[in-house]
Design a protein around this ligand. Structure first.
Ligand SMILES: *Cc1c(COP(=O)(O)O)cnc(C)c1O
Length: 359
């Protein structure tokens, strides 16, 4: 590549260079055994080793202490929006949903197909520019409370989640898993699509507390039944071997850095970019400062013309993937784990140096 590109896409997202290099080598020859990783059977010993090491790393990085079943499923975030209520929410039962953004609302709408999904708290009236208040006095009858700690499209994030006591908390960690230490073991279940902070598209990490797992609330085809996956040792169907392998490489890379180290770097990256926006005459970040995400930095130009010129400026500077979500417009810089400090510095400098009159 003659021109280095810095990539801030929201997902599929930037992967760390060493992960890409090892993944590329494994496509031609996996562990010197002459097979490509793309040809590796999902029931081979070699693949079981990949799965076991990946699960052990998830367990270790999240401090799960063996209390969770770990699954690698297909169908992305959307399928988890359905599998969660299909398994845990009977048609005559209630679950609470915190409506903090686009994906949170989609999870809620999907749950309504299965049972009574209640809006426990919402920031919709504030156009999701801040986090909703954490719900209080929830009915004890709720099967679970669903939360989306990082709102990928709007750029808000809960740094830590309150303790919900005996009410099971389920989190969609798709856009901030492994970006910081969290009390993961305090959740009853969490899931995360790989394509943001963990690997390529095609696989979703699902972790369910063993004491929360139960027979599904209704008759389900085996693929939709968490218990069926657990009973099959996590290999119910032909798993996406290559995406899981790339996740393993990413997990090894994360382990070497540690989640504390990752949080430090993610905080530095976000601070640089927010500071450049806040100090610029040409841009503004619409998100309440206390609720700003370290992962997705959303910003707008003061004028539509400024946005057009900045987009052209970024193209010329090799900064890519900055378009806001098609529903939100403006810009969004995703600073996931795979985006380096140097790339964030480059973006902050571009925002700082940009002058529409000189373009
Ligand atoms: C990206 C994203 C999703 C959607 O994932 P798909 O794999 O496209 O279904 C769900 N939840 C959150 C928080 C996301 O960021």
């Amino acid at each position: 590549m003659d021109q280095p590109v810095s990539y801030f896409g929201a997902g599929p997202a930037k992967l760390p260079q060493p992960v890409l290099q090892q993944a590329a080598a494994a496509i031609l020859n996996f562990e010197e055994n002459g097979l490509s990783i793309l040809e590796l059977p999902h029931r081979s010993r070699a693949f079981k080793n990949i799965l076991e090491e990946a699960n052990a790393l998830v367990n270790e990085l999240c401090g799960l202490d063996g209390a969770f079943e770990i699954l690698w499923l297909q169908g992305g975030g959307r399928l988890q929006f359905a599998m969660l209520p299909a398994n845990f929410l009977g048609h005559d039962q209630q679950a609470g949903y915190i409506d903090s953004g686009h994906w949170a609302a989609e999870a809620l709408d999907t749950a309504r197909l299965y049972g009574a999904a209640l809006v426990s708290s919402s920031a919709k009236a504030q156009h999701y520019r801040q986090l909703p208040a954490w719900p209080q006095n929830l009915p004890a009858s709720l099967r679970y409370l669903h939360v989306t700690p990082n709102n990928t499209i709007y750029g808000t994030q809960w740094a830590a989640l309150p303790d919900t006591g005996s009410l099971p908390l389920v989190a969609d960690l798709s856009s901030d898993i492994f970006s910081r230490p969290r009390h993961y073991a305090g959740l009853s279940m969490f899931y995360a699509v790989a394509q943001k902070n963990l690997g390529p598209a095609g696989v979703t990490l699902v972790a369910i507390r063993k004491d929360f797992l139960q027979r599904p609330a209704r008759a389900l085809p085996p693929y939709l039944d968490y218990c069926a996956h657990v009973a099959a040792g996590g290999i119910l169907n032909t798993l996406p071997v290559f995406p899981i392998y790339v996740c393993l490489l990413y997990l090894r890379w994360l382990k070497a850095r540690g989640l504390e180290g990752q949080l430090l770097e993610n905080s530095q990256k976000a601070a640089l970019v927010y500071e450049a926006i806040d100090n610029s005459r040409y841009f503004r970040c619409p998100i309440a400062p206390a609720d700003r995400s370290l992962m997705n930095v959303v910003f707008r130009g003061e004028e539509p013309e400024t946005e057009r010129l900045f987009a052209a400026y970024c193209r010329a500077e090799g900064l890519q993937g900055l378009e806001g979500h098609r529903s939100a417009g403006g810009f969004r810089a995703s600073l996931y784990n795979g985006v380096s400090l140097q790339e964030a510095q480059k973006l902050a400098l571009a925002i700082q140096n940009f002058k529409p009159e000189t373009i």
